[in-house]
Design a protein around this ligand. Sequence first.
Ligand SMILES: [Zn+2]
Length: 362
Amino acid sequence: MTITKVDPVTLRTEPCELKERYGRYELTPSLQEKDDRQLYISPPWIDSHVHCFYAVTSFGLSPDTIGYRQGVHLLVDAGSSGAETFAAFRRFVADPSRTKVKAFLNVSAIGHVSMREYFDRRLVDVSRAAQTVKENRDILLGIKVRSSHIIVEEQGIWPLEQAVKAAEMADCPIMVHMGENPPSNKENLALLRGGDIVSHCFHGKQEPLWKADGTPTQELKEALERGVQMDTAHGAASLDRDIAQAALDAGFDNFSISTDLHIRNVHGPVRSLADTMSKFLALGMPLAKVIRSVTTIPAARFGLDGWGSDLTKNATLFRLREPEEGEAPLVDSTGKAFAAAPRIEPVAVLMDGKMIELQERK
Ligand SMILES: [Zn+2]
């Protein structure tokens, strides 16, 4: 079949022929100028922020429903498990899933068994968290902490300070949820080191990270200069269309696109990684950069060398579909609609050299 290859490194697209021969796929440059069916192939997609510790936490989704069946090859769980529950996460979630699953370990030993995971300081055991990361580096990428007022309440900046200590001991990055203050952006960002990740970077809560003109606030500018990384983590309350639009218009496009999918946003407003990617396409981000934000940007951050280097073995195949007459628009976390634009829809995944066609979504 003729298919357009999207290269997230060169940011170019190229018509190709994808053929199966003797049970193996081959991808070769095509002489045909354009693919009539508008099919695309890209490196395998990564969703860098989801919650997939189902059954143990009340809001987790089972990995394969939001993973390969939606074109996503790797899910990164953002702090659903802690040192106390990680063995169950590995055994019952990561190991049996067809979709690859990695995770950031919550600095609280119980993870999201409670949604106020730092309410008792005795639940935070820095050396145990660090030890768990060290012993499970095949799955664990770093330490997760939530540092916004509705989570930390009177604990303030203390949980983030503990996460930094654990990350120093395990020599790994931290992923920080930011939102309502206190702690303020200034307090949170001051503790972050190069390689650490800010979740919900386009939230529109009381203290956004960006100025109205889309340029970073002074504390964010300094953090970006230190190499602090930005992740979308859309969620039920954390993607504001106008903030993302302003940052893009001001020239900032070095971030990952991720969903923060869990049971309470999978039916809207988030729904899937593909819909979240479509929202950035609607904001005017070029397709190749949208793909870069779910492939090479997170892969580099997580040290996944060679991710997507052989598209005949592992890849996501998708199409661009024009919205239908009367189709409900995509919306952000505040209910604001995105402009009508083509929708990115996964149609198949190549996993370890095998093609799996995906069912049409209703
Ligand atoms: Zn989350």
